[in-house]
Design a protein around this ligand. Structure first.
Ligand code: SF4
Length: 171
């Protein structure tokens, strides 16, 4: 049952992050990704979700890489890489970096976004952490609101959104 709620929470978090991340991008100056090569043989599956009670944050990276005493989270995406990683993917990975630090006591220097044709390393900088914490605080505020409006007017963004079938605000 815990795993069910964890999965449900992760889905909701992904939706809310996607919805809100565009709003904060310009202010936050998110890092762009570095294209890297990674050897998937060193990846370990994560069995249980990581949970930080102080932030009420739970999430499960697809894999962790242990490398020279460092722990690097990996998020696997099912499609080909965009020209640059989407904000929502960067924030999701940043949340995993934060959870690794909180639960394992080691701060990842970066996380990996794995697309079908390319991998990006996203540096987990203090600026990215700060932008993530701002976003989480905004999500908490919006959780108490009955109606949260769309944060953009971008038909192109809605066209490639996985939630467009159920979204009542699609452009
Ligand atoms: S369909 Fe458009 S408005 Fe709705 S969640 Fe997706 S991107 Fe946002």
């Amino acid at each position: 049952m815990f795993l069910f709620y964890a999965a449900l929470f992760s889905l909701l978090l992904a939706l809310i992050l996607f919805w809100q991340s565009g709003r904060l991008r310009r202010a936050a100056g998110l890092p762009g990704g570095r294209v890297i090569y990674t050897d998937t043989r060193s990846w370990s599956e994560v069995e249980k979700p990581l949970y930080d009670p102080a932030l009420s944050l739970i999430g499960k990276p697809d894999y962790l890489i242990e490398q020279n005493g460092r722990i690097i989270p990996v998020e696997v995406k099912s499609g080909p890489a965009p020209r640059a990683p989407y904000d929502s993917h960067i924030y999701q990975l940043a949340a995993y970096c934060l959870l690794v630090e909180k639960t394992m006591g080691k701060r990842p220097p970066y996380g990996v976004l794995h697309y079908t044709n390319r991998d990006f390393a996203i540096d987990y900088t203090p600026a990215l952490e700060s932008a993530l914490l701002d976003l989480l605080a905004e999500i908490r505020r919006d959780e108490r609101r009955a109606d949260v409006p769309r944060s953009h007017s971008s038909p192109a963004r809605c066209a490639r959104c996985g939630f467009r079938e159920i979204c009542e605000q699609k452009a």
